[in-house]
Design a protein around this ligand. Structure first.
Ligand code: GDP
Length: 311
């Protein structure tokens, strides 16, 4: 009797990919474009991302687990130090690094600078793809080549890809380059997983997103958002959130005249949270002035920053 042939086991590639780059280079925008869902919140202000946020993308036989990290910068506060530590942790946990550098502008401004080079120089020896992003801003593409060439000569790079997270240009090429560097191993998450971050994390991020949208100028990055209660035992999900502002003045701005501002923030965040949970939500937002929370390490930990703890 002829032997039945055993079907070849499908080989899959899966791994953690750290997206690194200086603040405001476009890391969160890229992660969102890749995963197709606004997971990491974005804003035109630097240092919006405080935690390593994961998105999972499974395409065919490849699974990409994205680690988005807060940008490296010179820390001035305890919060800044925690953010740098989180960036290093993201890289240590990763199989592949995607280093984001912004394309220079048409007038030659914004050439990749010392900050970009320092990040490349600090990277441990690991598979590395350089993605030059924001190419949509550049009409004269020859500038791109000169910039890319100078970086490829100075650093050991496995691939170099020009992209635009805004238009989607080059993202397929980026995925192909990263795929080739992923280890051969089974998927790390169920293929339909979008993220392994707990729901509470997103709830806090969506509230913070609305605060940034409404009062970013007046309250520059001075809030922490903590989910105190998440109760889904009834038909309507009840969520209590406390917003910690670092100053009494900021609290007043957040609350607004007759509580109008906090009402607006709450309504917008609730709509977004309901869309995510596909359930009706009652969202209660309380604003507190917690003086100096950005500089108090133990308080930072209690609020969920640092380590792997969650908001
Ligand atoms: P991060 O701090 O590195 O996470 O940066 P963000 O993703 O928050 O992006 C910072 C700013 O750059 C935002 O205003 C984005 O809209 C903008 N941005 C990001 N990617 C692109 C891109 O590909 N093209 C253009 N023109 N702008 C971008």
């Amino acid at each position: 009797m002829p032997k039945r042939s055993t079907p070849a086991l499908a080989v899959t590639r899966a791994g953690r990919v750290a997206i690194v780059g200086r603040p405001n280079v476009g890391k969160s925008t890229l992660l969102n474009a890749l995963v197709g869902e606004p997971i990491a919140i974005t804003s035109p202000h630097p240092q919006t991302t405080r935690e390593t946020v994961r998105g999972v993308l499974t395409v065919g036989d490849a699974q990409y687990v994205w680690l988005d990290s807060p940008g490296f910068h010179s820390p001035r506060t305890e919060l800044g130090k925690e953010m740098n530590k989180a960036a290093h942790r993201a890289i240590r946990d990763a199989d592949v690094a995607v280093v984001l550098v912004a394309a220079p502008a048409d007038d030659g401004r914004n050439q990749p600078g010392d900050a970009d080079r320092a990040i490349l120089a600090d990277l441990p020896a690991m598979p590395t793809v350089l993605a030059m992003t924001k190419i949509d801003r550049l009409k004269d593409k020859s500038r791109l080549l000169a910039s890319l060439q100078s970086l490829s000569e100075s650093f050991k790079l496995d691939a170099v890809v020009p992209i635009s997270a805004k238009t989607g240009d080059g993202l397929t090429a980026l995925l192909a380059e990263v795929r080739a560097l992923l280890p051969e191993q089974p998927n790390l998450f169920e293929p339909d997983t979008l993220s392994d971050q707990p729901t509470r994390f997103f709830v806090a991020e969506y509230v913070r997103e609305q605060i940034l949208k409404h009062v970013a100028q007046e309250v520059p990055h001075g809030v922490a958002v903590v989910v105190e209660r998440f109760d889904e035992s009834e038909q309507v999900i009840v969520i209590d959130v406390t917003v910690h502002a670092s100053r009494e003045g900021h609290k007043k701005i957040l609350v607004g005249a007759d509580g109008k501002m906090v009402k607006r923030i709450t309504a917008a965040a609730r709509t977004r949270i309901e869309r995510m949970l596909e359930r009706e939500v009652r969202l209660n937002v309380r604003v507190r002035a917690t003086r100096g929370w950005m500089d108090d390490v133990s308080r930072l930990r209690a609020l969920g920053y640092g380590g792997r703890s969650q908001v």
